[in-house]
Design a protein around this ligand. Structure first.
Ligand code: CP3
Length: 345
């Protein structure tokens, strides 16, 4: 079947004017209605595992802004939770996990309970595929193995990833075993999302840019290549967007070697380089600096125009270079929406 939804047509390589658009973290704390539903749900993980409320918060930004894609409301850290590692989101602190630092810690994880634990996530995807407008596409997602591994090893967020890198270099067999577990779990998890109704997949490798070239090739490119290959062969026709944030010039190798259908660009990627080097190989997505959405005004308008003019002449999906942050005024998102929709090419 040929895609009719603009977002899916763009991922199939069509140039669409104005381009389809959605925003990373489009559901979240910058919206008062999100904060209300979040209070009703209890903890953040309770919200992720409550299909009715997770569907509701996914739909909230679509009602306001009419985005071309909905992204499943969940988190990349539900996978470690489903593998049996304790995960909690502490108010004002971010995620906290019991760190995996040895082969023995790793023995405590297993994949056998993953799909039971993820059943509410699959139910959210199924609910969304019925609830979203006919022209809106549904994106499923996961974290990439490296980024998820950093949270699992560090026990939460980190500035320098010293524990994760230390395990990678000092105990390469243990680290490789963790990565194999994550590649397999992530592959199964994404296939289940597709079977529940996800029409495209995005793989978030938020901390890809922390790795030197050799390790980037081994632990960012190679796992993504295997995940893309698995999805393309087991569920043909489902496009995959990769987001190797901070990859710099390695974005080119990432695109060529993983065979992603689309690549999400962080805000540091030069637009003329992306248009010349990446866009002939795959659809590009991005890359407005999310802080421009906080700043607003002329700077926001000029930033939007720069991205549209540079990338809007080829296969392109407008987005940010990273997620919306909580202090973003919702009216600035409305301003962005109008400006993108008014683009004439
Ligand atoms: O709208 C969407 O984009 C879908 C939902 C989504 C969330 N997290 C919701 C969320 C998606 C796609 C993610 C991905 C995610 N989660 C990433 C990769 C993308 C990125 O932003 O880099 C990462 C690294 C995480 C891990 C994570 N989740 C952290 C570090 C935090 C705490 C920091 C913060 O912003 O609070 C979260 C929590 C989280 N995930 C929130 C939301 C809406 C805020 C939780 C709350 O409501 O209290």
């Amino acid at each position: 079947m040929t895609a009719t939804k603009p977002f899916l047509r763009a991922l199939a390589g069509e140039t669409i004017t104005p381009p389809p658009f959605w925003l990373m973290r489009q559901a979240g704390r910058y919206l008062p209605e999100y904060r209300a539903t979040r209070t009703q749900a209890g903890s953040f993980l309770d919200l992720c595992y409550n299909p009715e409320l997770a569907v509701e918060v996914t739909l909230q930004p679509l009602r306001r802004y009419g985005f071309d894609a909905a992204i499943l409301f969940s988190d990349i850290l539900v996978v470690p939770d489903g593998l049996g590692q304790g995960v909690a989101f502490k108010e004002g602190e971010g995620p906290v996990l019991t760190p995996i630092r040895s082969a023995r810690d790793l023995d405590g994880l297993d994949i056998s309970g993953l799909h039971d634990r993820m059943a509410p996530v699959y139910a959210t995807v199924a609910g969304l595929s019925k609830a979203i407008p006919a022209t809106t596409a549904l994106i499923g997602f996961s974290g990439a193995p490296w980024t998820v591994a950093t949270y699992m090893i560090e026990g939460g967020g980190s500035k320098d990833f010293s524990q994760a890198k230390k395990l990678m270099w000092a105990e390469p067999e243990t680290f490789a075993r963790l990565m194999e577990l994550l590649i397999e779990a992530t592959g199964q998890y994404l296939i289940r999302q597709i079977d529940a109704g996800a029409e495209a997949i995005q793989i978030f490798d938020t901390w890809a840019g922390a790795l030197p070239e050799t390790e980037f090739r081994k632990w960012v490119i190679e796992p993504a290549r295997r995940l893309v290959e698995r999805i393309h062969s087991e569920r043909p026709g489902i496009p995959v967007i990769g987001f190797p944030r901070g990859a710099g010039i390695l974005y080119e190798a990432y695109v060529t070697e993983t065979k992603v259908d689309g690549v999400s660009l962080d805000s540091s990627v030069p637009l003329d380089w992306a248009a010349r080097v990446l866009q002939p190989k795959c659809t590009v997505q991005g890359n407005l600096d999310p802080i421009l959405l906080v700043a607003g005004g002329d700077a926001l308008d000029a930033g939007i125009d720069r991205v549209l003019n540079a990338l809007g002449k080829g296969p392109f999906i407008f987005n940010l270079g990273h997620g919306i942050i909580p202090p973003t005024p919702p009216e600035n998102v409305a301003r962005l929406t109008q400006r993108v929709k008014a683009f004439k090419g």
